[in-house]
Ligand binder design. Structure first.
Ligand code: NAD
Ligand code: IPM
Ligand code: MN
Length: 353
């Protein structure tokens, strides 16, 4: 039998609730399809930071390098600055493994009530640039409490960085509607965004058939809410893509259902699969988190591993549970994380019989 080695990093908050829930479902589809996943569970995160002063071991990245994939929950805990938790784990993984595409599909799932009109037909994908752009370490602060204090943050957009993510998005658009929206702000961000536009246009024109529409990010945010069905594939910079993905997820019902694949397209390094949402400290420990985003991220991982049949089974099973009215509180239901997970496992089993 095929055995995959996957590093699981539940992390903090609800990550520790939804990761085990999704792992149970993945193990079940693996059993049904006849392969195995060896989970290397990593206790990396905020508790480790509080005990040892680091989110992960010094050679943490090396420890992940030979695996087939990384399955992350979320990191972030009240009392520890977010830049410590995120730059101590999440961002180094994305960057060390050159996961330059952050793929975030979104659609209205069965049984979920549309929040805005047009959302019934929402079926879109955000292709977010994931290693550069507005998320840079370049800049500094000079602030000692006086009003003259300041902080400077530099954006970094490289030709290689923009063109490779645009190429990925154009290829995806070709396999979908043939339409691609580029999120931009070339009317306001003087240097970076006109450059983004130029490189995206140049790259996309090489793929011939794609119809490219550059839309200013502010207007695009409104369009997501007003005409969600007019959107198919969006290519966006790191920050714009981050914001658009929570917005689209909310339009699709809840940020608890949205998945995310941090991909290294050349497959030289492992890719990482996680939900779009964070550690949700406001509901952590209550057993009510929606595990759908984590399960769907698991399905994206199975697809990436070449286990397409297993990925399909998992998606069909959580969709069936939702359609049958088993829903967590964020979707106006009363099911707990455990109730929902058991409903998915039951449906996986009965579909396999
Ligand atoms: P969040 O996504 O954790 O939560 C936002 C809101 O959505 C909260 O009300 C939360 O209860 C709700 N929510 C999120 N996921 C849910 C789910 N699965 N089921 C039901 N409700 C859900 O965002 P935040 O509150 O801005 O951030 C909390 C912490 O998470 C911060 O420390 C932040 O830095 C971190 N964060 C980490 C990641 C990551 O590790 N990938 C991603 C985003 C945020
Ligand atoms: C996400 C998160 C992260 C990001 C944060 C926590 C750094 O919001 O994965 O969407 O902005 O990339
Ligand atoms: Mn985000």
């Amino acid at each position: 039998t095929t055995v995959y080695t996957v590093d699981s990093i539940p992390g903090d908050g609800i990550g520790r609730e939804v990761v085990p829930a999704a792992i149970r479902c993945i193990d079940e589809v693996a059993r049904i399809e006849g392969f195995e996943v060896t989970w290397r569970e990593r206790d990396w995160g905020s508790d480790r930071y509080l005990a040892d002063g680091a989110m992960m071991p010094a050679d943490g990245i090396d420890q992940l390098a030979d695996g087939d994939g990384i399955f992350l929950g979320a990191v972030g805990q009240p009392g520890i600055p977010d830049h410590v938790t995120l730059w101590g784990l999440l961002i180094p993984i994305r960057r060390s493994f050159m996961q330059y595409v952050n793929l975030r599909p979104v659609r209205l799932l069965p049984g979920v009530e549309a929040r805005v009109s047009g959302a019934e037909k929402l079926d879109a994908v955000v292709v977010r640039e994931n290693v550069e752009g507005e998320y840079s370490e370049i800049g500094g602060r000079a602030y000692d409490g006086r009003p003259e204090g300041m902080a400077i943050q530099q954006s970094v957009f490289t030709h290689a960085g923009v063109s490779r993510v645009a190429e990925f998005a154009a290829d995806l658009a070709v396999r979908r509607s043939g339409r691609l929206i580029s999120a931009t702000k070339s009317n306001g961000i003087l240097h970076a965004m006109p450059f983004w536009d130029e490189v995206v246009e140049e790259t996309v024109s090489r793929s011939g058939t794609v119809e490219l529409e550059s839309v200013l990010i502010d207007a695009l945010a409104a369009r997501v809410v007003l005409r969600p069905d007019s959107i198919d594939v969006i290519v966006a910079s790191n920050l714009f893509g981050d914001i658009l993905s929570d917005l689209l997820a909310a339009v699709a019902g809840s940020i608890g259902v949205a998945p995310s694949a941090n991909l290294n397209p050349p497959r030289e390094h492992p890719s990482m699969f996680e939900p779009v949402h964070g550690s949700a400290p406001d509901i952590a420990g209550k057993g009510i988190a929606n595990p759908v985003g984590q399960m769907w991220a698991g399905a994206l991982m199975l697809e990436h591993l070449g286990e397409e049949q297993a990925a399909k089974r998992l998606v069909i099973a959580f969709e069936a549970a939702l359609a049958d009215g088993i829903r967590t509180a964020d979707l106006a239901g009363t099911a707990s994380t455990l109730d929902f997970t058991e409903a998915v496992i039951e449906r996986l089993r009965s579909a396999a019989r």
